[in-house]
Structure formats: C-alpha cells, structure tokens
Design a protein around this ligand. Sequence first.
Ligand code: URA
Length: 206
Amino acid sequence: MLKVLEHPLITHKLTQMRKVETKTKDFRENLDEIGGLMAYEITRNLPVKEVTIETPIQEMKTYELEKDIILVPILRAGLGMVDGISNLIPTVKVAHVGLYRDEETLQPHVYFEKYPPNIDDAVVMIVDPMLATGGSASAAIDMVKKQGAKDIRLVCLVGAPEGVKVIEELHPDVDIYLAALDEKLNEKGYIVPGLGDAGDRIFGTK
Ligand code: URA
C-alpha cells in the first residue's frame, strides 16, 4: 500500500526543503519537523495494550503501546530522519543499515548492519528521505526480513513512481509512506523535481 501523507504543514515544510537556496540548518530543521509529523500519521493504527496504573488520585485502566518501534535509517541520508521521529517517540530503538551501490553492477552492497534483538516482534520503520530506484530500500527490507521482521513500514520524504513500483512488486507486504510522489527519475537517478542529493543537503557536503 502506498500512502502519500497530505497535510498543509508537511507540504509547506517540504517546499522549503526543495528550494535550492535553503541552507543545511533549515533543511535539517524542516526534515526533523516533517519526520515528526509523518510519524504521527504513520503510528495512528499501532496496537495498544490495556494496563492498570495509578494516578495521584486513583487506580485506572488505560492503554500503552503494545510493541516496540524500531527505526532503521539507511545510511547516510536516513540518519537525517531519526531525530524528528525519535523526538516524538522517545522509546524507539535505532538499528542501522549501511549500503553502497556498486558503480559497475549498480547493485546495493551491505557494509554495515546492526539491529536490536526483538526485531521479529516490533514495528519496523525503515527511513530514507528519497525513494528513487528502490534498490537500497528493497535491499534494506530484505535485510530486516532476514532478521525476522514482519511489520515493516518504509518511510520516505519524496518518492519516484519507479521506486514505488519496485517496492510494490518485490515487497507487497510493506506499506510505503511518502510526503510527496514526484514525477520521475532523471538519467542520473535523481528524483525530478525532487530536492537534489538529500545526504549532501543534510550534512553540508556540497
Ligand atoms: N538520492 C537523493 O539524495 N536524491 C535523489 O534525487 C535520488 C536519490
């Protein structure tokens, strides 16, 4: 399932990020804020369990989140989405997946992976700002599935139809959440109109 999270605040903040003149600090702040807003929408249907607690006044039955939430940023740009989401959900655990693309075969290769132990019973959110060809996202989904993950959500800011199609075909069980679905990929693999290289803009490396 593809869900484009349409909300005036998300659209406004994404517009600031897209502008070529937006500098690293503002780019990061807007990404943090969109991450939080997206997390609020994505977690709407999370399972809760009944608990009995004591308020300063009396005992009551209420609810808490039933499952752990594990964030899986795809290095490096995915790191830019961790703070915004974990500010909203401070109990998240953060796994890491490092992938690079072989220049010749264009296939993603793993150079780092680290997960918390209970990934099979957690809600797993793979985060990467740009869903371009879908190669890295699909490889990251394969990796968490190998670890036993079952409830997997892919959370990106901007997607291209090409990348969405790849994930829908290879991983029909994974829900995809975007802030915007753009037009296409260009010949260099950038999303059009997109926002440029998300990693460079987050880390100021350009
Ligand atoms: N990765 C990016 O950072 N930007 C794109 O447009 C595509 C992939």
